[in-house]
Ligand binder design. Structure first.
Ligand code: 13P
Length: 209
């Protein structure tokens, strides 16, 4: 069952506002990153080569439930990545893809990055496990199967040598979780080499309910 979709003009405004907020705080730069939301008729998505900081509510891409582009400018080249996350998480109402600096740095490590469960909000927003999928060229549809399998494990996935993709039950949830992932990656760098006190299994289970 899919969640109820909200009124489209309001969703357009929120995509623009939250895109600008992410951009203004450095979570995305240039034309990197993209956002999609579920609507009553399919999906709204940020256009390819657009900056999240300078979106126009009247110039978003419209796609039908089968992800066929039906109106507005050409959608992001990452349509298949977004599709994979909605397929993995039927309750998702929005997906945010970022190249934010610290997650992307982790995604370039030789060994698969494991973000330690240091804070409650990491667990509450991102779950027990943030899996990583191998590198695929941006826009490659070949990512579909790997990303769908990873998205079934949790709402956030690290894309090797690329960035992150996060699904949420609302646009705000997806943005909040993407920000939490970036800040958790920053903490992992700040604390590297120091003795930390990760949350234990009992604390994690308590947070997950
Ligand atoms: P688009 O400009 O096509 O959305 O691509 C940006 C991006 O983040 C690629 O991974």
């Amino acid at each position: 069952m899919t969640p109820p979709a909200e009124n489209e003009p309001a969703l357009r405004e929120r995509i623009v506002a939250l895109g600008a907020s992410l951009f203004d705080r450095g979570f995305s730069v240039g034309s990197a990153g993209n956002i999609s939301v579920r609507t009553q008729d399919g999906f709204l998505m940020t256009p390819t080569n657009s900056s999240l900081g300078r979106l126009d509510p009247e110039a978003l891409s419209v796609l039908d439930p089968q992800w066929v582009h039906t109106a507005g400018p050409k959608p992001s080249k990452e349509v298949v990545m977004h599709q994979a996350m909605y397929q993995a998480r039927p309750q998702a109402a929005a997906v945010v893809h970022l190249h934010s600096t610290y997650v992307t740095a982790l995604s370039c490590l030789e060994t698969e990055p494991a973000i330690p469960p240091l804070t409650p909000y990491f667990i509450m927003r991102l779950g027990r496990d943030v899996p990583t999928v191998p590198y695929y060229k941006p826009g490659s549809p070949a990512v579909l199967a790997d990303l769908q399998a990873a998205g079934e494990r949790g709402p956030a996935v690290i894309l090797a040598n690329h960035g992150s993709i996060v699904a949420g039950g609302s646009l705000e949830d997806a943005v909040n979780a993407a920000e939490e992932l970036e800040v958790s990656a920053q903490l992992a760098f700040l604390l590297e080499g120091r003795a930390t006190r990760p949350l234990n299994q009992e604390q994690i289970q308590d947070l997950l309910g």
